[in-house]
Design a binder for this molecule. Structure first.
Ligand code: HEC
Ligand code: HEC
Ligand code: HEC
Ligand code: HEC
Ligand code: HEC
Ligand code: HEC
Length: 392
């Protein structure tokens, strides 16, 4: 025997709890017979039954409709349920309009429906209000403490990777100052004032300080934010001065047509910019220990099985100029040829190449910037092939 409780008592408990359940179920269900029949016929699309029901219950319908509306508008009713109830009220009211020749009830329900839909749309728009700032590749809206910011009369912070990349390589910040993970660094003002996180540079010397100029960082919804959205309008001369001050270099005269190369998302095409040797990165802050970063030169050929899609070369050279080995090894890649089953689906959800591409480096929509190697022909020289790959 598993339990010491006699079977008779267990049966009694079960019966009692069923009884309690039934009582509580009936207590909530005060719906009239008419409403239940109407709902059933409405869901089943039985029009003639509905016509009959409405004719037989004409007097009570206005009260029924208002009851349903009250239920829908009661605080805490989830949106889907609210719209469901209003839909029922609307069906009842429009049939009542036909039967009674009085349109006022149906109009009233329609007005409530419209108002609730508008309210919901406004709520959704409010949630997405700042999304537009992330249309430029690498811009991150930081709003973990949005309520505290609002209390101080400020809006969320826009962190523009791209303006920082004008001066620095990734390794100036990753992994020494920040883990490359959205929301993964517990950034707050206390840390910034203590010369940590953003404050490593935003100390009033390397870059503008945090004691004043609040809105230069807390820029969402402010006029200054437009500048962080438009690399095409950059003041190249001012960038040159800042780069020199930081110990880097900037030679805009080497730009093909005197403007920054942009991709079709109005974001900087960093590969073309690197080829024209316009920029030399400034050394990062000491906190990043950027001097210790190593280089690795191998190129690795990825060969998708499908014939219709070109091969991909991953170049350690260009990547390790920017990023520390630890940005990729041991995660998201084991440093072993062919040891990582890479697929577009996984990359799309932020794995493997998707740890950076699609977030800070160019997006997946630009297929041929990766899939650039013809499958017919001799193939590129000096690349490592991944051999028999593990099955996904
Ligand atoms: C000036 C400092 C700085 C530089 C330079 C920098 N980053 Fe970042 N990066 C950050 C900060 C800050 C975050 C956000 C961290 C947080 O939310 O806690 C971040 C986040 C990220 C993320 C996560 C993004 C997401 O949407 O989840 C990736 C990936 C990343 N960085 C890659 C890079 C790469 C690649 C480079 C170089 C091309 C680079 N970063 C250069 C500061 C920097
Ligand atoms: C490695 C140094 C470094 C770190 C770390 C850093 N910044 Fe910057 N940031 C700079 C420099 C340099 C500039 C441009 C110089 C200037 O205008 O003073 C700049 C410019 C900016 C701008 C552009 C302002 C404008 O009006 O154009 C914003 C916004 C900004 N930083 C926000 C941040 C935030 C937020 C963080 C932390 C999440 C951060 N930065 C971390 C160095 C850094
Ligand atoms: C260099 C950029 C930068 C500047 C300048 C800056 N902030 Fe912030 N601030 C941040 C970041 C980053 C956060 C954290 C964002 C998050 O919660 O995701 C933050 C958060 C806050 C918060 C939320 C609570 C807290 O303490 O973290 C308040 C309030 C705030 N800032 C006030 C100010 C005020 C006031 C000023 C000007 C005196 C200012 N900030 C200047 C970057 C900045
Ligand atoms: C941007 C990401 C990235 C960075 C940064 C990176 N690697 Fe790799 N590494 C890869 C990928 C992708 C592979 C291929 C894995 C596979 O075939 O499954 C690889 C493979 C390797 C391999 C095995 C193939 C070979 O080249 O012999 C070694 C060794 C290696 N990496 C060393 C390094 C070292 C050392 C650094 C830093 C100097 C570094 N990697 C930085 C992405 C990176
Ligand atoms: C640690 C971040 C990071 C990871 C992971 C990463 N990349 Fe990149 N990649 C970059 C950055 C930064 C650039 C510069 C261009 C840009 O920012 O748009 C770049 C540029 C490239 C380029 C164009 C320049 C060149 O090197 O030929 C190719 C192709 C490329 N990546 C392929 C890949 C592939 C394939 C993978 C996965 C096997 C991968 N990358 C993983 C950050 C990364
Ligand atoms: C950042 C580089 C990168 C970009 C951008 C990219 N791919 Fe890929 N793609 C890869 C890598 C790496 C593989 C893995 C190859 C293998 O099988 O070893 C791959 C694999 C594939 C495969 C094989 C099946 C699969 O899903 O893994 C297809 C099909 C494909 N890519 C299509 C596309 C298309 C279409 C686009 C543009 C919308 C695109 N790729 C953009 C790097 C990229």
């Amino acid at each position: 025997m598993k339990s010491a409780i006699p079977g008779r008592i267990v049966c009694g408990l079960v019966a009692a709890s069923i009884l309690v359940f039934m009582l509580s179920a009936t207590a909530g269900a005060e719906n009239s017979r008419f409403r239940e029949d109407f709902t059933k016929s409405y869901r089943a699309g039985r029009i003639s039954a509905l016509v009959y029901l409405v004719k037989a219950n004409k007097e009570t319908i206005p009260a029924e409709v208002r009851g349903i509306m009250d239920e829908a508008l009661a605080p805490g009713t989830p949106y889907a349920e609210k719209m469901d109830l209003l839909d029922l009220a609307s069906a009842m009211a429009s049939m009542y309009r036909e039967a009674s020749n009085d349109p006022s009830l149906a109009d009233e329900v329609l007005g409530v429906q419209r108002r609730e839909i508008d309210k919901e749309n406004a709520r959704l728009a409010e949630l997405k209000k700042w999304d537009k700032y992330e249309l430029v590749t690498g811009n991150i809206v930081m709003k973990g403490s949005e309520a505290a910011m609002a209390e101080a009369g400020l809006t969320p912070v826009i962190f523009p990777h791209w303006t920082h990349r004008l001066y620095y390589d990734c390794k100036a910040c990753h992994p020494g100052v920040f883990r490359p993970e959205r929301g993964g660094n517990g950034i707050d003002m206390a840390a910034i004032y203590a010369a940590e996180k953003c404050g490593v540079c935003h100390d009033g010397k390397t870059a503008f300080g945090a004691e004043k100029d609040c809105a230069r960082c807390h820029a969402a919804g402010r006029p200054g934010a437009e500048r962080l959205m438009d690399p095409g309008k950059l003041d190249l001369k001012a960038v040159g001065e800042t780069a020199t001050r930081l110990g880097g270099a900037w030679r805009p005269e080497r730009l093909a047509d005197k403007t920054l190369p942009l991709d079709r998302f109005n974001s900087i095409d960093w590969t073309r910019l690197a080829r024209s040797m316009v920029r030399r990165a400034a050394p990062g802050p000491a906190a990043a220990e950027s001097g210790t970063v190593k280089r690795h030169g191998s190129k690795i050929l990825f060969e998708p099985r499908m014939d219709f899609i070109k091969n991909v070369v991953f170049d350690h050279g260009t990547h390790t100029e920017q990023s520390a080995c630890s940005s990729c090894h041991p995660a998201p890649f084991k440093a072993e040829l062919g040891a990582n089953p890479v697929s577009m689906r996984e990359m799309g959800s932020g794995k493997h190449c998707g740890a950076c591409h699609g977030k800070v480096a160019f997006r997946f929509a630009e297929c041929n910037r990766c899939h650039s190697i013809d499958k017919t022909g001799p193939g590129p020289a000096g690349v490592l092939t991944r051999g028999a790959r593990p099955r996904r």
